[in-house]
Each structure stands twice: as C-alpha cells, then as structure tokens.
Design a protein around this ligand. Structure first.
Ligand code: FAD
Length: 400
C-alpha cells in the first residue's frame, strides 16, 4: 500500500490488521513485559523463552512486520507510513509485545537502506528482519564517548581487506552479538571527522574478543571489545572510504529516536496497572493512594503528550520537513520520562520493589530495571550532549 492510501483503504487495513493480530498474537505475547527475558533479541545463539515467543516472531517475520516499513525485497512488509502507524496502534490496543527488538532494526537497517550497496542490503537486511543475526554497535572508545570523532581504532587498507586493531567500550551485548557495525579510522592525517570509515564484520572473526562489564543493576549488558589484527573483507565497507562520519551521524539519529521511544512504553509497562495491582483500588475504583494517583496522572498526561510529539515528528519526517537534530529532543525527553516511569513504579511497589533476589523469576526485576533506566540519559549520547545539540542546531542560540 502506498502513502496516498484513501481513508476507506486505511479502514479496511485496520480491520484486517486487528483480525490478524487477534488470531495470531499468542495470549502470552499480550502480557506486559516484566523482565529482560521477555524481550526477543534474536541471533544465532538466541534461546527462545517460550514457544509463544518463537511463534510470534515467526508469524510477524513472515509478513515482514518485524520491519513493516522496509521494502519487501529486503524482508520488510512494504507498508506505507500510514499503514505502519495503524499497525502500531492496533498492536498497542491489544497490548502486543514487540516480536523482535534489535540494533539491526533500530540502527543498522536504516543506515544500510540509505548508504548500503544493493548486495549489502540483500545480504544483511533479510537476516535482520527474521531475527537471524544479532548486531552490536562499535562506536565508543575509552577516549571517545561524547567526543566520538576522536576514535582511534585503526583499519589499515590491505587491498582486498582491512586490518583492524583497537578497542571499543560499552559495546552493548557484544558477547551475544553475531556481527558488529563499527567505526574505524582509515586516515590518521585528515581532520578527525574526515578519516573515519564505517565497516561491518563478523564477531566470530579471529582477533575479536569481548570482556563483559557489570552495571549497577548487577547485570552485564555491555562489554569492552578488543580487535587484534582482525581481517575485514573490503566488501564490508559501507559507503565511501573516509566518509563514515556521515553514516555514523545518520545512524545516531535513528538510535536517538529509538531510545526516545522508551518514553512511550505505556502499552507494555502501564504504571497505573502496576500500581493498582500493588496498592489496590478505593470504593470509586481509583488507585487507593491520592498522592501517587496524582503523580501517575501527571506522568500519563506527559506520556500522552510525548506520544503525540513522536507522531508529529513522524509526520514531519514523512514530509521531509524535520530538522535531523529533532531526534535529540525525543532522546532527551524520552529518557527522562522512562526514568520517571520507573521512579513511580518503585514508589508503587513499596518495600517489595527493593527485593533483589528470590525464587520467582520476577524477583528483583523491578529494582534492576529501575537501576537500568539511570543509563538512559547516558547511552546514545548523554543528556548534556543532546541539550548542546538542541541549543546549537534547533534553537540557534548565540554562542552555542
Ligand atoms: C547502557 C549503555 C549502553 C551503551 N551502549 C553502547 C554501545 O552499544 N555502543 C557504543 O559504541 N557505545 C555505547 N554506550 C556508550 C555511550 O554512547 C557513551 O557512554 C556516551 O556517549 C557518553 O560517553 P562517555 O561515557 O565516554 O562519557 P564522557 O563523554 O566522558 O562524558 C562524561 C560527562 O561529561 C559530560 N560531557 C562530555 N562532553 C560534554 C560537552 N561537550 N558539554 C557538556 N557536557 C559534556 C557528559 O554529559 C557526561 O556527563 C553505552 C552507554 C551506556 C550507559
């Protein structure tokens, strides 16, 4: 369907989509996400948590609905933006979980669609869409975080391949990922933004090692990643040599949109429902804690406003009328909202929320998730850096 679909065809699409989701989304996949295992990341080594999780991924992937807006030839659903919006609305209405979460979908896919060769798209995009290959992001280094363009990982041009040496850090899920999209320096004499290239390689390549780092939550979602004479075939260079910074920045706008979207998780983590289950309702059917009720109501108003803002950003993007730096607005505010959501959930849970370990699989999940949200305003570029970008590129403030 195209973007110029009529309202009658949209209505028909909505009815069909609703019926299909009702028939195909297993009931277990309509329950709120409770812990990290409820999220399906896919990949060669992925172990499904249940048959329902597997079925849900397979059914959605078969329709191309893990990436509904990607072209069909690359494993997508070929839907227009209006249809994608309808699909998301209907999934939200039924409480459907995302069938597949992945850096391939959120970050690499959009970058490959714009900058990859046809062969690279055919090689990588369908595997991302089906959840067969899990990707990680090799951007940050010990001395290149906010100042990412200072990265020093070196890739020497050896003709048919590059020889990569260096270290990345904070590489999320590097120990679980199959492939990496990686920023490397290919010209040390050029200005720092001009000597960077964007390459892809298999994490099973000889010379790649990872060392997990433990977070405050007790979990280890990221690693130090080392490259020791790793041979990367020349065909794995995306775009032009030494022009990787442009791709890196484009990918970051998608990463920031994705992180921003965690601000709008009402369907899978409804705070009011979690609070009602813990605290109970009064005779009028309202949350039996007036203070918390008011805070949650305020939060839900802001969450709804944020959802509207994201939709508006999507509409403007469709018209090609959005400042790319707007992703920093979404990232900044979405991160703050998600942190607030978990503060409220912890408040609602009371002392139970502090439980760290126990016999049930959900024990400790809330406290760990709450602590994990502290990183939302760091990952994908810190809040301070987003505010710098907003003052400079959107507000055009003097001296910015
Ligand atoms: C959970 C998590 C997952 C991550 N996953 C990945 C990943 O998969 N791949 C990857 O490559 N990286 C990843 N990162 C790294 C992340 O991108 C960096 O942590 C982030 O860009 C900040 O860089 P830094 O940690 O080096 O902090 P620094 O850049 O050293 O910043 C330190 C402090 O100084 C402030 N600061 C720095 N420069 C400025 C400035 N110009 N103006 C105002 N304040 C400034 C920062 O806001 C921050 O408070 C992840 C980080 C986290 C927390």
């Amino acid at each position: 369907m195209s973007d110029t679909a009529t309202s009658a065809s949209i209505d028909a699409f909505r009815a069909e989509t609703r019926a299909w989701l009702q028939a195909n989304c297993p009931p277990e996949m309509r329950r709120p996400v409770v812990n990290e295992d409820d999220t399906c990341w896919g990949g060669r080594r992925w172990k499904f948590q249940s048959d329902a999780q597997r079925q849900w991924l397979e059914r959605m992937a078969e329709r191309g609905w893990t990436v509904p807006d990607w072209p069909r030839e690359y494993g997508g659903g070929g839907l227009g933006k209006e249809q994608v919006k309808v699909l998301r609305e209907e999934m939200r209405a039924l409480g459907c979980r995302s069938p597949l979460d992945s850096f391939g979908i959120w970050m690499l896919g959009p970058a490959l669609l714009k900058y990859g060769s046809h062969e690279q798209k055919l090689e990588h995009l369908p595997k991302i869409a089906r959840g067969e290959i899990r990707w990680c992001q090799g951007y940050s280094e010990p001395n290149a975080g906010s100042d990412l363009a200072s990265l020093q990982t070196r890739a020497e041009d050896k003709g048919d391949h590059f020889l990569v040496n260096g270290q990345k850090i904070w590489t999320s899920y590097a120990d679980k990922a199959d492939w990496i999209f990686c920023l490397v320096r290919t010209d040390f004499s050029a200005k720092k933004h001009d000597g960077i290239s964007f390459v892809l390689f298999d994490m099973a390549s000889p010379g790649v090692t990872t060392r997990p780092i433990t977070l405050i939550s007790g979990k280890s979602p990221f690693c130090e990643t080392f490259f020791d004479n790793v041979q990367v075939p020349r065909g794995n260079l995306v775009g032009e040599m030494n022009r990787g910074w442009e791709i890196a920045k484009y990918l970051l706008t998608h990463e920031r949109n994705m992180i921003g979207a965690i601000g709008d998780r009402g369907a899978s983590r409804p705070v009011a429902k979690i609070a009602a289950a813990k605290i109970g309702l009064d005779a009028a059917g309202r949350l039996d804690d007036p203070l918390l009720r008011a805070q949650i109501a305020g939060f839900e108003v802001d969450e709804t406003a944020f959802r509207a803002l994201m939709e508006r950003a999507g509409d403007l993007a469709r018209q090609g009328d959005i400042n790319p730096a707007f992703s920093s607005v979404l990232k900044y505010y979405g991160a703050e909202l998600n942190k607030r959501r978990f503060e409220l959930s912890m408040q609602a849970a009371g002392s139970d929320g502090l439980e760290w370990e126990g016999e049930r699989s959900t024990d400790g999940a809330l406290a760990r998730a709450w602590l994990r949200t502290k990183a939302n305003s760091i990952e994908g570029g810190t809040s301070e850096v987003q505010l710098n970008i907003i003052t400079k590129r959107i507000l055009d403030l003097p001296g910015a």
